[in-house]
Design a binder for this molecule. Structure first.
Ligand code: NAD
Length: 269
């Protein structure tokens, strides 16, 4: 069955859309009718592949290189999307990475890289999106909201993670960043929401699922007993971007098969 075109005539920017979750989000938004800027940092071939997948299915997309932690590059990316599609209706702040180390061994560079891309990147992109949404306002035939911002967080916005303090701190930061801008932007009819994935099968966490032993160990943390797929997150993002979720703002939805349910307590603690 064909997906209903709930994002028809809208345009979207998805950061880090050449891989994993971002790729699935971009494809889901395009299936729902949105025109999508496929942002990538380095891998143009992978980004072109996503564009071709979307075009082959009858959708519209183009690839654009930008490091989300660089202010001038983010501004140029928004200018490119607006030039191509007239405006931007949806931003999905998805780009992110890990630079893991034991806390006492973590370098300032590892700390800064993760905070700059995972958290400051979301600030830079959301600020450009909000400016455009406020300037344009609501266009009723497209959406009852003036714009939608979706912030990719993680279960590690609430679950502490030894050996990954830079990553967990960036995701905890996203939670409060998302809520604060949701509060500030709601009067402009701009909705902001977070998505907190659990373990989703992508390159970022390959060591956690690539061998049967690693997968068994991972599944101990997932009551629903399967690893998540990028499409699990893509479908949620398309719904959060649509008017079907119009009364939702300032909250994070967990898509984690129960990882955040303290599974260690399932057997009497
Ligand atoms: P991935 O490695 O497949 O994708 C990460 C994407 O971010 C890539 O497209 C990469 O090019 C992009 N990126 C990295 N640095 C960038 C930069 N400076 N500018 C622009 N893009 C940049 O991993 P993924 O699992 O798809 O991760 C996507 C998001 O989901 C991340 O924010 C990650 O923290 C989050 N997440 C993933 C999981 C999981 O289990 N896979 C769980 C929770 C949260």
């Amino acid at each position: 069955m064909k997906t209903p075109q709930k994002l028809k005539n809208q345009s979207a920017i998805v950061t880090g859309a050449d891989s994993g979750i971002g790729k699935a989000v971009a494809i889901a938004l395009a299936e729902a009718g949105a025109k999508v800027l496929i942002n990538y940092a380095h891998n143009q071939d992978a980004a072109d592949e996503v564009v071709n997948t979307i075009k082959d299915a009858g959708g519209k997309a183009f690839a654009y290189q930008c490091d989300v932690s660089k202010e001038n590059e983010v501004k140029a990316m928004f200018a490119a999307a607006i030039k191509k599609y007239g405006t931007v209706d949806i931003l999905v702040n998805n780009a992110g990475l890990q630079k893991d180390a034991k806390f006492v061994d973590m370098t300032l560079e590892q700390w800064n890289t993760v905070i700059n891309i995972n958290l400051t990147g979301q600030f830079l992109c959301s600020r450009e999106a909000a400016k455009e949404f406020i300037k344009r306002g609501v266009v009723e035939k497209r959406s009852v909201a003036a714009g939608k911002i979706i912030c990719m967080s993680s279960v590690h916005e609430i679950i502490p993670w030894a050996g990954h303090v830079n990553y967990a701190a960036s995701k905890g930061g996203i939670s409060m960043f998302m809520k604060s801008i949701a509060q500030e932007l709601a009067p402009h009819r701009i909705r902001v929401a977070g998505i907190a994935p659990g373990a989703i099968q992508t390159p970022i966490n390959k060591p956690a699922w690539e061998t049967p032993e690693a997968m068994d160990k991972l599944l101990e943390l997932i009551p629903y007993n399967r690893i998540g797929q990028p499409a699990d997150v893509g479908k949620l993002a398309a719904w959060l971007a649509s008017d079907d979720s119009d009364y939702i703002t300032g909250t994070t939805i967990f898509v984690d098969g129960g990882m955040s349910l303290y599974p260690g307590f399932a057997d009497n603690g």
